[in-house]
Ligand binder design. Sequence first.
Ligand SMILES: Cc1cc2nc3c(=O)[nH]c(=O)nc-3n(C[C@H](O)[C@H](O)[C@H](O)COP(=O)(O)OP(=O)(O)OC[C@H]3O[C@@H](n4cnc5c(N)ncnc54)[C@H](O)[C@@H]3O)c2cc1C
Length: 529
Amino acid sequence: MGAGEFDYVVVGAGSAGCVLAARLSEDPQVRVALVEAGGVDSDPAIGVPADLFALFGSAADWAFGTVPQPGLGGRSVPWPRGKVLGGSSAINFQMWIPGHHADFDTWGPEWSWAVVEPYFRATESWTGEPGSGKTYGTSGPLKISPPRDPDPLNARFFAACAEIGLSEVAGGLGGGDPTGTALTPLNQHDGARWSSADGYLRPALDRPNLTVVTDALVRRVVIEDGRATGVETADGVLTATREVLLSAGAVGSPHLLLLSGVGPADDLRAHGIDTVVDLPGVGANLRDHMSVSQVVTATGDFPLADAYSEANRERYDRERRGPLTSNFAEAVAFARLDGGPGAPDVEIIFSPVAFGADGPAPGFGFTVVPLQPESTGRVSLASADPTRAPLIDPGYLTAEADLPTFVRALRFSERLFDTEAFKPVVRGPLAPWPGKVDDDALAQTVRDLASTMFHPVGTCRLGRDGDAVVDPELRVRGVAGLRVVDASVIPTPPRGHSHAVVAMLAERAAGFVREARRRPPRAQIREEK
Ligand SMILES: Cc1cc2nc3c(=O)[nH]c(=O)nc-3n(C[C@H](O)[C@H](O)[C@H](O)COP(=O)(O)OP(=O)(O)OC[C@H]3O[C@@H](n4cnc5c(N)ncnc54)[C@H](O)[C@@H]3O)c2cc1C
């Protein structure tokens, strides 16, 4: 199906789009279309947690890449993004970590932690032992589970963390302050990935008022007399009598606005696109987390080194247990580099197996993530042709503070190798990690190895200032009937992982849309004129 008339057209069936489509279609009077460029999520690798690497470069991945990054010695960084029902939640690492309350307090009063916390809880369904989920919700659509068969080495990680002063996170990772250590809460159920499509979309699929269109690239938003009236695909226009909701992600949503004439007028003109609204913030303020992994070989048992064996595959197929249920990121620590109070500024993700150039090997590693990078970049048009990927320039390490902060973060986590818990088992660094080197060499290692942590945000930033693209209710400035609801509205990366934040904001946005429905739709307004 390529055309038709609906009340709402949602573009992108990812973390946000699945939430919107499900929530809005709860009202049987409302006709909702969900349009997705990718296909149905039938690839078996989507379900098997440890198979996530097989999804990179597959049909379920846009397989973007950044433009060459001067801060990284001219390297381009691969940028996977989900292109399938479930979007990036169908190919991600399944980690559910909402962030720190201070992240949200800076978004403005409509999005303070006190306001958003109930929306996090509304999305969540903790499936672990009662009480062990601490603050998580228990009746939302997104299943959150502890690692199903956690590796015994996680205990050694916690012991090492305790030696450097990091203890178990007090209120649970979802409680607004993730400082401390924890097993990673995962979007899994019974040993399988649980994406936004699983949690939100699938239970809504048999509603007669919900139309899901897959394999349909939206080419632009149709804007008439200052109002969004639908979206254009190769097969025709899907008309929206009330609102168009862009949930195409941190790359897709700014790209679509630019293709639709909403963006910096000079850039649009350069590509022969008529300006509908001169909005310089579109595509700007691209922010992302980066990571570097410190990996060592070690002595001991490493069941995950053999994760992909035939025996493990059979076991998984039989009972959904064993190493294939692992996302290889089974425990985390959040800390402040100065050891003081306040919000954490580094995350250390523990992998109980060594990932080197040849895949999993006996050993283990820390993936180190500075949580508040200052570098910003931009998503911009490469071409007016909607089938051509936009230019992605995250501006990695362009802010002066980011490289020294990265070096400090790596020094901080390096201490874990020297603890009583780890020292006796460490054999040596696994390439490309060079092991202990001086500060200059460590800075060079960051330039050589740093990669995306997959959390791009900010390209349609919310706010009240002149550079904001959407207002606090996520309405695009200067265009009626158009909102952006996805990672692109998040001003700065949260001190956590972005999927949970996107699910929360889509739940809240569904409320904004429902509220606006009480006002007359476009057709009635026209009649009244
Ligand atoms: C490899 C990887 C690992 C990650 N690991 C984690 C993790 O462990 N924990 C975590 O919290 N976060 C993680 N993230 C990030 C998290 O998954 C994303 O922040 C989140 O899913 C973004 O949600 P979204 O709705 O903004 O976009 P997406 O979920 O990416 O959805 C956008 C959807 O829009 C569709 N689309 C785009 N353009 C168009 C168009 N023109 N027409 C039609 N459809 C279009 C896309 O195909 C996609 O389905 C990871 C991401 C990746 C890629």
